[in-house]
Design a protein around this ligand. Structure first.
Ligand code: HEC
Length: 141
């Protein structure tokens, strides 16, 4: 009976050698492809440079520098709507940052009430973009 028991332990399990041989090139292909797609994603990211979103203090400072705060505050209405209300209205819309950046430099009327916003002609496109992104980020805080 003892002999029979040891025999059971010595049994070699049959390994599917072919499966392993087919699998390795596939794994290699997968890794190669992932690298390929990652490099494409990296390339598209560098061709469309994204301005990093400003912190609360940085945004306030940039808004102050461009004379926005005389008419706007983050939370309360002055001459224009509070920035947080702007963020709530446009947040989640595609191209919202681009739209707002344009509106600042072009001026706006009829969106929030009777008082129009004069075109901010001295605002640079770069600052407009940063401000638009910052304003939109306000709905998340
Ligand atoms: C002279 C006052 C005044 C100044 C200065 C001003 N705004 Fe405005 N802003 C307004 C008013 C009034 C509105 C509402 C206009 C409307 O109803 O369409 C407005 C609207 C906006 C809107 C919403 C536009 C829309 O289409 O919904 C944004 C964004 C904005 N302002 C950003 C800015 C930024 C950034 C600055 C500084 C570069 C700035 N504003 C400077 C008065 C001002």
């Amino acid at each position: 009976m003892g002999e029979g028991y040891r025999g059971h332990c010595r049994r070699q399990p049959g390994r599917p050698r072919v499966g392993v041989r087919v699998l390795w090139p596939l794994v290699w292909l997968l890794v190669a492809c992932t690298g390929f797609w990652a490099s494409i994603a990296g390339a598209t990211q560098t061709t469309v440079p994204d301005t990093p979103t400003l912190s609360a203090a940085e945004g306030q400072a940039l808004a102050a520098k461009n004379q926005c705060l005389g008419c706007h505050q983050v939370d309360s209405r002055r001459v224009g709507p509070p920035f947080r209300a702007v963020a709530r209205r446009y947040g989640g819309q595609r191209q919202a940052a681009q739209y707002l950046a344009q509106v600042m430099r072009r001026g706006s009327s009829g969106q929030w009430g009777a008082i129009p916003m004069p075109a901010q002609v001295r605002l640079s496109p770069q600052d407009a973009r940063s401000l638009a992104q910052w304003i939109l980020s306000l709905s998340q805080h």
